[in-house]
Design a protein around this ligand. Structure first.
Ligand code: SAM
Ligand code: DTB
Ligand code: SF4
Length: 332
């Protein structure tokens, strides 16, 4: 299948029919498509760092960092560049190839962006791929990030347009799409996905994937998060999702967006190794790696290395362009 045959016209009925397939049929189909486009035994690994923590003006119902929820999280100002570089080096030394820096902002100011651009340059110089997630951007800010050499911008649509207002009231679904447009137009790789287990219906999961798959270009990276329940957030106490429904969602994402990296993202500490193995079989080929996500725990690198070994999975090398290969090598 070439890029030109990728579909962007999936109907809700088609997607719901995929979800309704017997589990084995769905996984077989997803794994077959996965193998057409990727090495089935290779997983991309990214490491997260919260570069500005807490006191966020948005009210996202799942998030530990909203100023509107009392989660006991200690707020931190923007980290100094040398601390960010030290964390990136440590991640690189453990085999991570992409460093994702997250800030609890509704949107960055231009001054904020100057500092983040310094961080991007310094992390690039380590031979790592760079990703940032800073909230809403203007078209001009997206251009500045592109000029700084940023590889990926993460901005999740989080859920279906219909369920969105149940989770977030301080911005609209359309605001998210607008930022994704600016990022795409600037020529930065798009990382966009969502969260499962927030009390959404099956149709909302299908609608969320439909929105992602029917973007003019599929996001290069699609993080599928299982809600990490944080005490003090409105979504704390939501009914847990059946792990097999999570696996189904990964499989459908793989079928709809065959060339994208589908990331088994937050929530892995609450998943068995066997559930994670099923996610890889369903076509997940990326994870967050390292003991911390942004403010919550992730399985440690040792645990993941042992799991990869049990499954015969290799960690993917960084995909740097020729100039950066010459200057920085593979980063190891
Ligand atoms: N403030 C920026 C924004 O919202 O785009 C960037 C950081 S924000 C923490 C990045 C993404 O992490 C959110 O869009 C959401 O999908 C995911 N996320 C945040 N808290 C989560 C949680 N408790 N469980 C699962 N995913 C979560
Ligand atoms: C994404 O989809 N998940 C990551 C990343 N993109 C920025 C964040 C997960 C955050 C989980 C909760 C926390 O650690 O605060
Ligand atoms: Fe702020 Fe992002 Fe958390 Fe929403 S998800 S409260 S925008 S840090």
């Amino acid at each position: 299948m070439t890029a030109s045959t990728l579909r962007h016209d999936w109907t809700l009925d088609e997607i719901e029919s995929l979800f309704a397939l017997p589990f084995n049929d769905l996984l077989f189909r997803a794994q077959s498509i996965h193998r057409e486009h990727f090495d089935p035994n290779e997983v991309q690994v990214s490491t997260l760092l919260s570069i500005k923590t807490g006191a966020c003006a948005e009210d996202c119902g799942y998030c530990s960092q909203s100023a509107k929820h009392d989660t006991g999280l200690e707020r931190e100002r923007l980290l100094p560049v040398d601390e960010v570089v030290a964390a990136a080096k440590a991640a690189r030394d453990k085999g991570s190839t992409r460093f994702c820096m997250g800030a609890a902002w509704r949107n960055p100011t231009d001054k904020n962006l100057d500092k983040v651009i310094e961080m991007i340059s310094a992390v690039r110089d380590l031979g790592m791929e760079t990703c940032v997630t800073l909230g809403m951007l203007t078209a001009d800010q997206a251009g500045r990030l592109r000029d700084a050499g940023l590889d990926y911008y993460n901005h999740n649509i989080d859920t279906s347009p219909e369920f969105y207002g149940n989770v977030i009231t301080t911005r609209t679904f359309q605001d998210r799409l607008d930022t994704l447009d600016y990022v795409r137009a600037a020529g930065i790789n798009v990382c966009s996905g969502g969260i499962l287990g927030m009390g959404e219906a099956g149709t909302d999961r299908a609608r969320m994937l439909q929105e992602l798959a029917n973007l003019p270009q599929h996001p290069e990276s699609v993080p599928i998060n299982m809600l990490v329940q944080v005490e003090g957030t409105p979504l704390y106490g939501s009914d847990a999702l059946d792990p097999l429904d999570f696996v189904r969602c990964i499989a459908v994402a793989r079928i709809l967006m065959p060339q994208s990296h589908v990331r088994l993202s937050a929530g892995r500490t609450d998943m068995s190794d066997e559930t994670q193995a099923l996610c890889f079989l369903a076509g997940a080929n990326s994870v967050f790696y390292g003991e911390r996500l942004l403010t919550t725990d992730n399985p440690g690198a040792d645990h993941d290395q042992a799991l990869f070994e049990r499954l015969g999975i290799r960690m993917q090398e960084a995909e740097l362009d020729a100039d950066r290969q010459a200057c920085c090598g593979s980063g190891h």
